[in-house]
Design a protein around this ligand. Sequence first.
Ligand SMILES: Nc1ncnc2c1ncn2[C@@H]1O[C@H](COP(=O)(O)OP(=O)(O)OP(=O)(O)O)[C@@H](O)[C@H]1O
Ligand SMILES: [Mg+2]
Length: 438
Amino acid sequence: MSPSVASSVLSSATPRPARACGVDFGTSNSTVGWWGADGVQLLPLEEGRSLLPSVVFFNFDEECTRVGQAALADYLAGYEGRLMRSLKSLLGSRLLDGQTEVHGRIVAFRDLLSRFIAQLRLRAETGAGRAFDTAVFGRPVRFVDDDEAADREAQDTLEQIARAAGFRELSFELEPIAAAYHHERTLTRETLVLVADIGGGTSDFSLLRLGPERATKDERISDVLGCAGVHIGGTDFDRQLSLAGVMPLFGLGARLRSGREMPSGVYFDLATWHTINRAYTRQTLMALKDLGPDIADARKHARLLRLIERRDGHRLALDVEAAKIALSQSNEYGLSLGRFEPDLVCTLSRGDFAAAGAQLVARIGDAVDELLRSAGVPSARVESIYLTGGGSSMPALRECIAARLPEAGIAVGDTFGSIGSGLAVAAARRYGYEPARS
Ligand SMILES: Nc1ncnc2c1ncn2[C@@H]1O[C@H](COP(=O)(O)OP(=O)(O)OP(=O)(O)O)[C@@H](O)[C@H]1O
Ligand SMILES: [Mg+2]
């Protein structure tokens, strides 16, 4: 049996729960991990499930706010309202200081994020049966590419938001290091591992020496040979697939009678999770209607107007995401667009998707190269690639990473839970345990 972190690093004769929890606030999904009396667990956040989609829905009909699966379910059931997804993408973006109108009320994006994180805290507390005012939060290696000041500001902002959500003491751990702590619990010998966490918003890498002996050390900095990351994740692949394969059916790239190309801004808004609501403004709709006489392809224009008038942007984006996920397994996927025109189906192939995402894959590959270069480690010395995060299932990405590390085997972990579990380990290490009851 391999020594687990439970019995080594965080040794205690009598199992004692940790004082702090680990919060993985993800672009697409969130988890909260905690070292409870029985070891690491992911706390139930929604009807017994530990994975909470990072989604908020303001339900206007019922005058309530929902999060997680319940938010998606209300939206898909057709309630009038406003859906917000990919909230974490606002961190490090200029949009964060903006606001959105929700049923005549102005809601600042910062408050929205705070409300979501407050829900994570409350639900974790209910699941654990105790209060949490201390936490280790995960953070990507890069919130913002190539801008140190903006990157630091994004972490500071997340800290303020977490404090507003009720956490009094908190610190951060890089997500790919948290994933490594989780993976380490399965290792039986020392291994040089590249951790690849491909999430919804970012791709994060760490190169570490891991093993049962090392897991017992308090100080781990010398085991981390390097980290790298890039602000590209699954949602960027959704956008590329939408722009290349789906939006052209709504008029992207079409010529107007005047010879101009159809203005593309609205398509980019619709293809990008956190800007979809921008496509619903009255100005956008008026501008599109005003194009009427100049429109050469009336069918495509009618589909676009229908999409906006029915506020179906998120539904379409969910369908595109489902197509992307299906293309990890199959060579072809038929995306039904019957809501916009009877019998309309958009056929997407894995080859088309690979072409649409090729630049993204190449940039993610560059991050791996950069990590190996800066760590000064020859690629042949890396023994194992630990893949985690939902996006790591994409075949093209797997191939791109594996091709760089010819000697490494591939280990696939708990795709959605490894960061939260690893953060629970980090939280126990940093903040210790509850005192033993006498
Ligand atoms: N089988 C699959 N094939 C391809 N992509 C997938 C698959 N399953 C999930 N995804 C994608 O994985 C992403 C979500 O992964 P995950 O939950 O790890 O991200 P996250 O932790 O929320 O994001 P981040 O860590 O970047 O903040 C989404 O873009 C989703 O579409
Ligand atoms: Mg993640």
